[in-house]
Design a protein. Sequence first.
Length: 298
Amino acid sequence: MNTEKAITEERNPDTMDIDLLSTEDMLKKINDEDKKVAYAVEREIPNIAKAVDEIGNRLQNGGRLIYIGAGTSGRLGVLDASECPPTFSTDPQLVQGIIAGGDSALRISAEGAEDDYSGGKKDLKDKNITSKDAIVGIAASGTTPYVIGALEYAKGIGAYTSGICCIKETPMSRFTDVMITPIVGPEAIAGSTRMKAGTAQKLVLNMISTGVMIKLGKVCGNLMVNVKASNKKLVKRAKGIVKQVTDADEEYIQKVLEENNYDVKLVIVMILANIDSKEAQRILNREGNIRKALKWSK
């Protein structure tokens, strides 16, 4: 596929005069383009749902979720992966992000690395991926050799593969079980896929990781019950979550949280079921989430 003909590389007829506008009018033009993104993502919900369900199954059975991309796409994958441990108390190995050129490419552009077809395969091999894992390739144009090489390798060993790009029928699709393709159209600045395409990718990644974590029982209602209380703000959030769910005395909540290493999910089950931590952990291990553990819904 010739990226010069890709819609992500075309000139946008609505922003041809963007450099002649007042600052406010310039920003309105950008904002008008941004408004199209959520609708483009909405149209891909059925495909996103397929990815969430299968990735959730893989993680429940000992697999990992690994994002891989180059440039902006790679940075977005690394960002989403890095947010999972503090938000959901996941092991850092459970959800990982790989960017072409390595971690230094997060800060210093290494755009040439995206052309390394064998590099994607090598980076996945270095992670010792297996058929249990789920690999998500991210590339705005769907033509990035680094990502295609990674997906071809992952597909070949039986891993679950999905792709996120902003063009239909790309080379990536040959090596994926499902493609997620929010079509956002030409960028306000031609070819600057950090804009609408990047925003669409970020929205999809949010949906994938959050949806998977909900499936894994790390959310109750809409509360972050697996939050890792690693700073003062998150300690306060942990207390607030337990209070909202149990309506217990605040001093008692503080005491039980301190005694149980601020394990919010565990403490909620202990308080609501009036059981000790050992029994609460046993039930949670068996049932997987608070609602099932308590046969409770709200």
